[in-house]
Design a protein around this ligand. Sequence first.
Ligand SMILES: NC(=O)c1ccc[n+]([C@@H]2O[C@H](COP(=O)([O-])OP(=O)(O)OC[C@H]3O[C@@H](n4cnc5c(N)ncnc54)[C@H](OP(=O)(O)O)[C@@H]3O)[C@@H](O)[C@H]2O)c1
Length: 249
Amino acid sequence: MARIFITGSADGLGLLAARSLTKQGHRVVLHARNAGRAQVAIDAVPDAEAVLIGDLSRLEETQQLAAEVNALGRFDAVIHNAGVYQASGPDLFAVNTLAPYVLTCLIQKPQRLIYISSGMHLQGDASLSPITAGKGRIRYADSKLYVVLLAKAIARHWPDVSVNAVDPGWVPTKMGGRGAPDDLDQGVETQVWLAVSRDSDARVSGRYLFHKRVARDHPATNQPAFQDAFLAVCEQLTGVRLGPGTVRT
Ligand SMILES: NC(=O)c1ccc[n+]([C@@H]2O[C@H](COP(=O)([O-])OP(=O)(O)OC[C@H]3O[C@@H](n4cnc5c(N)ncnc54)[C@H](OP(=O)(O)O)[C@@H]3O)[C@@H](O)[C@H]2O)c1
């Protein structure tokens, strides 16, 4: 039995992942943006161990959330799932990119880290200019390219952890919309599998997966210099630093 923390689990793919994992007998801690959404989450997944609260668009709340996760003890896996699509540049950056960075840095290292990105990251700006030119410039695609970059950077710095990014497909959630063409169940299977499976294929690291298979990612996300420049900008913006690890060469 594994213990998993899932961000943004009051709705959509986060909620479905939580349901799937509790149904398999795993211990799941949910997360929601406020008390009202936390109640919705726990009502939807009554077998969850707990629900934590924190608005990921706010740095102080994200830091506090990490402290509350740590107060619950060690987790085997964290699924960085929460995300926004129709939001301002600063909110897209804060929720989709900076929050997973900050939580990764501050939560006790788990054995597995999963970051939900998007196929749209392929259209992202493969540079730091959307950030350095003012965060208002950041689009969804950019924020999700940074998610893949973050996953690959952490995978390289923390070779003792299995760290991967996932494209769930375009699926019918609140974000994806009712007409989304891809299969919702398949949209959640990969992150659940990466979180708990003993399959050797699920113990990979530094990969970008779609439906349990390695998929084409933006080549720039594989450049160590770009990864480290991104980590440095995140550290500068948040004052939070990634802990030590041996760099994978
Ligand atoms: N659906 C798709 O087609 C699709 C495609 C590619 C990638 N993705 C990615 O998949 C992930 C899950 O998306 P989804 O489709 O399940 O969307 P969703 O149904 O809108 O769920 C997103 C979750 O994130 C939470 N969240 C958003 N902003 C937050 C904040 N400031 N603080 C705390 N929690 C916050 C939401 O809380 P509330 O419920 O309170 O709003 C919700 O629980 C996202 O990272 C998304 O970018 C989705």
